[in-house]
Design a protein around this ligand. Structure first.
Ligand SMILES: Nc1ncnc2c1ncn2[C@@H]1O[C@H](COP(=O)(O)OP(=O)(O)OP(=O)(O)O)[C@@H](O)[C@H]1O
Ligand SMILES: [Mg+2]
Length: 597
């Protein structure tokens, strides 16, 4: 059972206990001592009385002296002559008959006649109790007398009892006195301890995060050990406070660094409790930081939508701790979008847990996939005209006598497919070129002049087309590579004419604000389905493959346009409605804002 007594109570109780033990041991000793004192005082009084009686000249005087002494003595007195006759007995007051008792039967009287002092304890039938006797002989005028004094045990017990009561009262008062003194001394000693405890208490209860400075009352001297203890605790808590602050600062710094990482990081302890999770990991796993911290990993993983990824993390964390080795894995997560995640798990030192790092490699894999798609698309686009050309060339070879108009038709198809291949290769080279566009090619160009040139080019291809240009000013300047900006606008005008039923009606608007220059190309053509709008800037993307191919397109034009505009720090957007028309808008930064790259 827990001891609930305070230190002060324990001290007081131990005092009481010691007093009780002391009284228990001292009591028999005290009783014995009191009896001895009473007996000694009987002895001394007897000797004194004998000395007094020896001064008498005759028996009569002895009796007178005894009667006088009777007033102040506390014991029984008897006087005998050498024949054993009782001459005086204080209990009888007056002796009438000398032979009323036969004291010779009393050995103490007989022994006293032998000139010696006798101590004797005997039972007095008359008084029906035990008595302690002293007999002492003395001589007057050659006559021997024996003085016998006696004290009843009941009287002795009365003395003892009275003394014992006094002794107990004294002990009790002494105990009270000592308890009070101890209480006061302890209070004085304990006061600074209480002050120290009071100062530490809020920290112990968790109300404060640091120990408040301990301030002792002025009455405590600087040399006092408690004062020094308080000072030591103060400097210790200050030292701890600084240390804790430093640790917290370092931890915050590390957390900020980890939170700013593009990789997700999760740390667990040996029992798989989540000890840390950074911003990116909580985002990837769709977990709220505060919900998972301190929880067991398995518990967390069963409850979320990213259960597969979490399970993979858990497996890796467990195995890397078991094998004491760095482990890697990767997986595809489909959570709305398809994501490629690489996982690296490493055990912490001293078997204190493990860390898993999650890397989102989606863009990396996307680039690889795009590369693969690009090669497949380019090969496919090149193979089609080659197949056609080969077929027609073989026909010409096998049938040299074909009529002239058929030969003309075949050669025309061969030339068209050659042109298509040529334009395709040119476009591919342009795209490759655009990736490595040198900054030196940027010059001050007039967009109005560039649009006019493009208009002429497109009109030469689509003679019936109507291209109307509206401009806010006669000259609008941008920093650009004029040749490739021209290429972009030609591509857009070409699409506008190509995907309109002839004669195409195209409106080009050029305007500038304080910040940017806008070029809008609007047609009244077939329009683009809403579902295709977000894909049309991708390489080799065509809404209707057969239609585009018939018109000689391979789906590279808009991806070239987008790359060109982005190289010029601009943006391109599209709006379209099926059967109504399509509008492309290019926004380019104004010249003053361009910093040559
Ligand atoms: N103004 C437009 N009106 C209707 N559809 C358009 C228009 N511009 C582009 N498109 C659609 O977007 C697709 C992609 O255009 P893009 O210019 O990239 O390729 P293309 O014109 O088919 O071929 P290329 O330009 O390589 O010769 C086209 O196939 C077409 O379906
Ligand atoms: Mg095109």
């Amino acid at each position: 059972m827990k001891n609930k007594l305070g230190f002060r109570q324990k001290i007081i109780l131990s005092h009481i206990f010691l007093f009780v033990v002391f009284i228990a041991f001292a009591f028999p000793f005290i009783t014995k001592s009191v009896q001895r004192i009473v007996f000694n005082s009987l002895h001394v009084s007897t000797s004194y009385l004998v000395n007094l009686l020896e001064k008498a000249r005759n028996e009569q005087q002895i009796l007178t002296l005894l009667k006088d002494a009777d007033d102040y003595i506390f014991f029984h007195v008897s006087l005998f002559n050498d024949k054993g006759e009782v001459l005086y007995d204080s209990s009888l007051k007056q002796v009438t008959k000398r032979e009323s008792i036969n004291p010779l039967t009393h050995s103490e009287v007989v022994d006293a006649l032998g000139h010696k002092i006798v101590y004797f304890i005997g039972y007095n039938k008359q008084e029906a109790e035990k008595l302690a006797y002293i007999t002492l002989p003395f001589h007057i005028s050659n006559q021997t007398y024996i003085l016998r004094t006696a004290i009843p045990f009941s009287q002795m017990h009365e003395f003892t009892y009275e003394f014992e009561m006094w002794f107990l009262a004294f002990c009790f008062l002494a105990m009270l006195f000592f308890a009070a003194i101890t209480w006061l001394i302890f209070h004085r000693i304990n006061y600074p301890i209480q002050q120290i405890i009071r100062a530490i208490k809020p920290y112990q209860l968790g109300v404060e995060t640091v120990i408040n400075p301990i301030v002792l009352s002025d009455s405590i001297d600087e040399k006092d050990q408690f004062y020094q203890l308080a000072q030591t605790l103060n400097s210790l808590s200050e030292h701890l406070r600084l240390h804790i602050k430093q640790i917290i600062d370092e931890r915050n710094e590390k957390e900020a660094i980890l939170d700013s990482l593009g990789e997700g990081v999760i740390a667990v302890d040996a029992e798989m409790h989540i000890r840390y999770i950074n911003f990116m990991a909580s985002k990837m796993l769709r977990l709220s930081k505060k919900d998972v911290l301190g929880n067991v990993f398995t518990f967390v993983s069963e409850e979320t939508s990213s259960a597969n990824l979490l399970n993979k993390c858990r497996q890796l964390l467990e195995s890397c701790q078991r094998k004491r080795a760095l482990l890697t894995d990767s997986m595809i997560v489909i959570n709305g979008k398809k994501k490629y995640i690489d996982l690296i798990a490493a055990p912490k030192n001293h078997r204190s847990g493990a860390i898993v790092v999650l890397q989102d490699k989606t863009s990396h894999y996307k680039v690889l996939e795009m590369g693969k798609d690009f090669v497949a698309n380019a090969s496919h686009e090149l193979r089609t005209p080659i197949t056609i050309i080969t077929g027609f060339a073989e026909t010409l070879q096998d049938l040299p006598d074909l009529p002239r108009d058929v030969v003309m038709e075949i050669t025309e198809k061969i030339v068209r497919n050659c042109q298509r291949m040529d334009s395709l290769v040119k476009n591919l080279l342009t795209l490759a070129d655009l990736e490595n566009l040198p900054p030196s090619r940027f010059t001050e160009c007039d967009v109005v002049a560039i649009v006019e040139t493009c208009r002429q080019v497109v009109l030469s291809l689509y003679e019936k087309a109507k291209i109307h240009v509206e401009k806010s000013e006669e000259s609008i300047l941008v920093a650009a590579d004029p040749d490739i900006l021209e290429l972009a606008i030609i591509n857009l005008l070409d699409n506008a004419a190509k995907y309109s039923s002839p004669p195409a009606e195209i409106l080009v608007q050029i305007a500038q604000s304080s910040e940017e220059v806008s070029i809008t190309i609007q047609d009244k053509g077939i329009g683009i389905p809403a579902a295709d709008l977000e894909h049309i800037f991708e390489r080799f993307y065509t809404v209707d493959k057969a239609h585009s191919r018939r018109l000689g397109g391979a789906g590279l034009g808009l991806s070239i346009v987008k790359t060109i505009i982005e190289n010029h720090h601009g943006v391109i957007s599209v709006k379209s409605e099926m059967g109504v028309g399509t509008t492309f808008t290019i926004l380019l930064p104004k010249l003053k804002r361009i910093v040559p790259i």
